[in-house]
Design a protein around this ligand. Structure first.
Ligand code: C2O
Length: 619
């Protein structure tokens, strides 16, 4: 292919000299109306939205000088999927690796891109990326195994979209009036931050589609009528090519697929996206779950809407990513040195709001960013105690094999992401596909280490995995990246309600691996956040956590079943005259109540039976 050949020559010429890619990001509010239904404020860069797609080559240095010109909101940027080995402080996760950058402050991100594949960048401070602060980050690789098979790249972002600001939605979400933790339902769904997109293509030509879900909450199915996909990359990992007709892309997941267009210019082809309504606690009648965009082969042919109804989304059978095989052939990691066994629960705590917990902890941010605690704690940095109880810290020893058993005590699926790594996925039940919701009829089923299917010899690796409703996944990785890394559900509502924990990896090496530039400390000073001390900002005695930020208390045992408590709060809400429960309390209660405390911390594999006293649909 001539294009590939020429590009190859150019790359050879340029290859030796990795470049520095510089951006100045002036972050400010701008107006946008991507679905044509509501004009709203969104977070723009340099006065524009959609935000700039970042294009780099492996080996490049990316330098982004960010100025927070929002005036009323703190920010940060996470480079989703970048391992940041040696640059943990550039990871962008507020209160994990830096302070939230307050209005009027500047902050420079500066790191080397050491990976190929499809990534994205997004704000990683409370409730900010779904206001528009997210976009693709693409690494271009002339040595990719599929490089000479395609003519051109087509980046495609999928996302849900809200007409209201996150700030307003979040106060409704975390409130007494929403005891079941029902997430706000999006108003629409976007492709490349718009709708009715057309992609002009040539017949019988192969393209590389880079598909990213940059949304807040809702996974989407995507397929193209009359065409198949050949998957060649997931989350930055090249895979042996596999055919797929339908992809299921959950929040923050990426797929690169080869697509060969029809050998005719007669028709245009529908690119169909269908939002996963199983994630919602009710479907408003005016919400359009499916959208049509088009591959345009003939500008004079009509652009027709796909015919599909919400009811048929269950008939879409997506490709199961568990079956993918990385081209690098990396074998199954050996038996783990460290095993972390956590279960997702949705609970009501004493405030009456709904929280997400991993075992019995709902992540609560510390007073000092965890990385800064690691840097200032001296020899105590290797102990978990200095990081506080409610950041849910786990210290991982350098180069150990870590296994995470993640059980789901909840009836919704959760896209879990680990910063600083990708992980091998060695088990998942039930599989993605027609069985996906099959554990919903009974109690949650936990992973049993003594009774499981064989681990794949060459497991797929990725950085976001879908945890099935009431099922489980088992992940492995090597703790070879000293730093503080977040493990969390990427649904922004759930991150905010505490579905996160903190891995502190090889803490003894962090001081030699990471150095904090002056402007990072300056952002903390401007935000009045301390940069030394334990999680409670205690600098005298790092083992004294007095005054740490703590999660709300459990509801006393006398109140027994959490289901009853949720019900009680539902009734309370009703008494308060709240009729918004049409989508909430009266809808199918997706979030199952948590079992009694004694059964919580099961390390024996089986998740203890979860109470099924769930208010029924009819209320
Ligand atoms: Cu895409 Cu914690 O991030």
């Amino acid at each position: 292919m001539v294009r590939a050949f020429v590009a190859g020559l150019l790359a050879l010429a340029a290859g030796a000299a990795a470049k520095t890619v510089n951006y100045d990001f002036n972050v400010s509010w701008v107006q946008a109306n991507p679905d044509g239904m509501a004009d709203r404020k969104v977070i723009g860069i340099n006065g524009e939205w959609p935000l700039p797609v970042i294009n780099v080559t492996k080996g490049d240095r990316l330098v982004v000088n960010m100025y927070n010109g929002l005036g009323d909101k703190s920010t940060s940027i996470h480079w989703h999927g970048m391992f940041q080995n040696g640059t943990n402080n550039m990871d962008g996760a507020s209160m994990f690796t830096q302070c939230p950058i307050p209005p009027g402050s500047s902050f420079t991100y500066n790191f080397t891109v050491d990976q190929n594949g499809t990534y994205w960048y997004h704000c990683h401070t409370d409730y900010c990326y779904p206001d528009g602060y997210r976009q693709a980050l693409l690494v271009h690789d002339v040595d990719a195994p599929f490089y000479d098979q395609y003519e051109e790249e087509i980046p495609i972002t999928l996302s849900d979209w809200y007409h209201e600001m996150m700030e307003d939605l979040s106060t409704e979400f975390m409130s007494l009036y929403n005891p079941s933790g029902a997430e706000p339902i999006p108003d629409s769904f976007l492709m490349n931050d718009g709708q009715n997109r057309t992609f002009a293509v040539k017949p019988n030509t192969t393209y590389l589609l880079r598909i990213i879900n940059t949304g807040n909450f809702i996974a989407q199915y995507i397929y193209i009528e009359g065409h198949n996909f050949t998957i060649v990359e997931v989350d930055g990992v090249y895979t042996e090519p596999q055919e797929a007709s339908v992809l299921y892309v959950h929040i923050a997941q990426r797929y690169s697929v080869l697509l060969t267009t029809a050998n005719s210019t007669e028709l245009n082809y529908k690119i169909v996206t269908v939002a996963d309504s199983d994630l919602m606690d009710g479907i408003p009648s005016n919400l359009q779950l499916n959208n049509t965009n088009w591959l345009v082969l003939n500008e004079d042919a009509p652009l027709e809407q796909a015919v599909i109804t919400a009811a048929t989304s269950d008939d879409l059978v997506p490709f199961d990513d568990f079956t993918l095989v990385p081209t690098d052939g990396m074998a199954l990691l050996p038996e783990p040195d460290i095993q972390i066994n956590v279960t997702v629960y949705m609970v009501n705590l004493m405030t009456g709001y709904n929280y997400a917990e991993l075992n019995n902890i709902t992540y609560t941010a510390p007073k000092v960013p965890t990385l800064y605690t690691a840097l200032s704690a001296g020899d105590l940095r290797t102990t978990e105690v200095v990081y506080g109880e409610y950041t849910h810290p786990i210290v991982l020893e350098h180069n150990k094999v870590v296994e995470v058993i993640l059980n789901n005590g909840d009836g919704g699926s959760h896209p879990f992401h680990l910063h600083g790594h990708n992980f091998q996925v060695i088990q998942r039940e039930p599989p993605l596909g027609p069985e996906f919701n099959s554990y919903l009829d009974g109690d949650p089923i936990g992973y049993d280490p003594n009774n499981h299917t064989d681990f794949p010899p060459i497991p797929i690796r990725r950085d976001v995995i879908v945890l099935p409703p009431q099922g489980f996944v088992v992940l492995r990785f090597v703790a070879d990246n000293p730093g503080v890394w977040v493990f969390h559900c990427h649904i922004d509502w759930h991150l905010a309600s505490g579905l996160a924990m903190t891995f502190v990896e090889a803490p003894e090496l962090i001081p030699t691996h990471v150095s904090i530039p002056e402007d990072h400390y300056a952002a903390c000073a401007a935000a009045a956040i301390p940069t030394v001390g334990n999680a409670a900002a205690n600098t005298e005695d790092y083992t004294d956590l007095t005054g740490q930020n703590a999660q709300p208390a459990d509801i006393p045992d006398g109140w027994t079943s959490k289901g009853e408590v949720a019900m009680a709060f539902s009734v309370l809400s009703a008494v308060l005259g709240i009729i918004s429960l049409v989508y909430y309390g009266l809808a199918d209660l997706k979030h199952r109540p948590k079992p009694a405390p004694a059964a919580r911390d099961s390390s024996e594999g089986e998740v203890a039976a979860v109470s099924t006293e769930v208010p029924s649909k009819s209320g």
